[in-house]
Design a protein around this ligand. Structure first.
Ligand SMILES: [Zn+2]
Length: 584
């Protein structure tokens, strides 16, 4: 008897852990109605979701998770309530540091690749919550600026999973304190749901308020209720497919300024900041149209109540504080969003990479190449560390092979650009990749390639679609570049001058023969500058991975120094890039 009791306890406590594959199901379709009650900080949701079994075995149990400040009310299949147990589940995918998990017993086993539709209902509150940051030691004062999600009477803005699970997700626990666990789980979840359809209707009501209440969730702008009347306000948003977008909504007493394709939603007292966006629109439109085609779909920029909230982007909606007047920043933000409007793509490295590349090009137009490289430089730090890990992992595997050790495939911490859902890669690294492509093929060829890019085309299903467009516009073989930077993650190059020999022709012309070596596993075309008596000259040289390349340059004076890379090619080591030319 006692034995049986022990067994029961063990069975009870370990049942879910042992039997449950939390990531077996992918939610392929969301159709939600969300009722917001800012006075009570409440959210009530009902709707339908479709679960597809992406595991290799039949599943009878599904785990659905929402923010821990929300509660499951009902789950039905075919109109009939199904059994579920609700339990808290610790995970940093939500700002509260925990999720409300419903362990659902489905009426029948779902075979691999089969789907089931669930009618769901849940409700609760979404107050400002900094738990997941403060428990790893971030001071509350700092945490509350970055963890800004909340429903409140004065200002409502809530980001989706990864910040607030205001819609159901199906994930393993993610932990902020465990290295990259949070980002790994979040990126894996995003990749699984990238093809999903997400539709939401958001509604609220206002009572005889003196101001205009606006609710919005994407670039199309929001629904609003007129001042002085009691009425409902609502808006529809759809992301199909979801791609890398984090569904986000906001609701506040916004002042709306609209000039197609832009809508600016600003708060009282921020008129001057909002005006910088309106006045930056024309030049930004001109630049984007000239480079990327005419922006057509709407974009929106919405203000924050807290001026210290860092900006956040959800598709064609940018949340950014308008408390300060910063016309340079407004121009760059606009260019970014307008590129999204002009070049839609479900490939994050194209969608975001091009938008960040455009920011740098716009900086170049206003402040020169150095200003553009400074802007790009802000991105470099973001992926330098992970790429250094890639380089050393690759180095290690080469070393093991060369000393005859059994080849152990190293854990490659990097990610191929083409498939990544990690922001560091699809934003920061991708910005550099587009910049390097531009440096290699020039304005006209790149414009031509972008002009021909059609996301809706089935062509984009071909992983080499972008390469082919660029190669045909540039009339140049770039397979090696795409291999090293897009299809695989080979870390970063590391250039230095291997040798330089100044010499003179029979007619007395000063020449120099320069050999550059790339110690890294990714090739690139790199600029190098030769300083000589009375001037300098910059040339470019293609140096493949683990290779050298040699060229001759004619000079107008005696050379003194060579500097490889002006910062336009991300490198793992920038300390070995200067070379003193020996006297002849
Ligand atoms: Zn963007």
């Amino acid at each position: 008897m006692r034995f049986l009791f022990v067994l029961c306890v063990l069975y009870g406590s370990s049942f879910f852990a042992a039997a449950l594959d939390r990531e077996a199901f992918t939610i392929t379709k969301y159709d939600l109605e969300i009722q917001l009650d800012p006075q009570q900080q409440r959210l009530g949701a009902r709707g339908r979701i479709t679960l597809r079994n992406d595991s290799g075995s039949p599943q009878k149990i599904a785990a659905l998770q929402i923010s821990s400040s929300l509660n499951w009310r009902s789950i039905r299949v075919d109109g009939k309530p199904v059994q579920f147990v609700s339990q808290p589940y610790l995970s940093d995918l939500d700002h509260t540091g925990a999720l409300s998990e419903a362990i659902v017993t489905l009426p029948a086993e779902i075979k691999p690749k089969d789907s089931v539709e669930l009618e769901i209902g849940y409700e609760g509150v979404v107050p400002l919550d900094t738990t997941r940051l403060t428990r790893i030691g971030v001071p509350d004062e700092i945490a509350k600026h970055s963890s800004w999600d909340q429903i409140s009477p004065s200002f409502t803005a809530v980001r989706g999973a990864g910040y607030v699970a205001w819609y159901p997700i199906t994930t393993e626990a993610a932990d902020f304190s465990e290295g990259n666990s949070l980002f790994e789980v979040a990126d894996r979840w995003k990749a699984r749901e990238a093809e999903s359809e997400f539709r939401v209707n958001l509604r609220s009501s206002q009572e005889n308020s003196e101001s205009t209440l606006v609710v919005l969730c994407d670039g199309h702008g929001g629904g609003s209720a007129e001042p002085g009347r009691s009425q409902a306000v609502n808006t529809d948003c759809a992301w199909t497919p979801l791609g890398a977008v984090t569904p986000t909504f906001a609701m506040a007493e916004y002042v709306v300024a609209s000039k197609a394709p832009l809508k600016v939603f600003s708060l009282a007292g921020h008129e001057a900041g909002a005006a910088t966006y309106s006045s930056a629109l024309d030049p930004a439109m001109k630049f984007v149209s000239g480079w990327f085609g005419q922006p057509t779909t709407p974009v929106a920029i919405a203000d924050f109540a807290d001026p210290h909230s860092p900006p956040f982007e959800s598709g064609t909606l940018l949340m950014a504080s308008m408390a300060a007047e910063d016309s340079k920043l407004a121009g760059i933000n606009l260019v970014h969003e307008l590129v999204h409007s002009a070049v839609p793509s479900s490939r994050p490295w194209v969608y975001e990479g091009l938008a960040h590349f455009a920011e740098a090009m716009y900086r170049q137009e206003q402040g020169g190449r150095e200003a553009a490289l400074d802007l790009l430089g802000l991105h470099r730090a973001a992926f330098l560390d992970s790429e250094k890990e890639v380089s050393s992992a690759l180095q290690k595997s080469v070393a093991q092979k060369s000393v005859g050790e059994k080849s152990v495939e190293p854990r490659n911490p990097g990610q191929p650009l083409i498939a990544t859902f990690d922001e560091i890669y699809y934003r920061s690294k991708a910005a550099y990749v587009w910049w390097m492509l531009h440096d290699m093929i020039g304005d006209e060829a790149l414009k031509q390639a972008i002009g021909k890019y059609r996301a809706a085309d089935d062509n984009d299903k071909d992983p080499k679609y972008v390469q082919k467009l660029i190669e045909s516009a540039a009339q140049r073989d770039l397979g090696w570049f795409f291999d090293d930077w897009v299809y695989k993650d080979r870390g970063l190059p590391d250039f230095h001058v291997q040798s330089a020999h100044p010499w003179k022709t029979e007619k007395g012309t000063q020449m120099i023969t320069v050999t550059l070596e790339n110690l890294g596993n990714a090739g690139a075309e790199v600029p190098f500058t030769i300083l000589f008596e009375g001037g300098e000259i910059t040339k470019r040289l293609e140096v493949r991975a683990k290779s050298t390349a040699t060229t001759r340059v004619e000079l107008l004076g005696t050379p003194s120094q060579i500097v490889v890379n002006d910062g336009s090619v991300p490198e793992s080591d920038l300390t070995n890039n200067e070379f003193k030319v020996p006297a002849p």
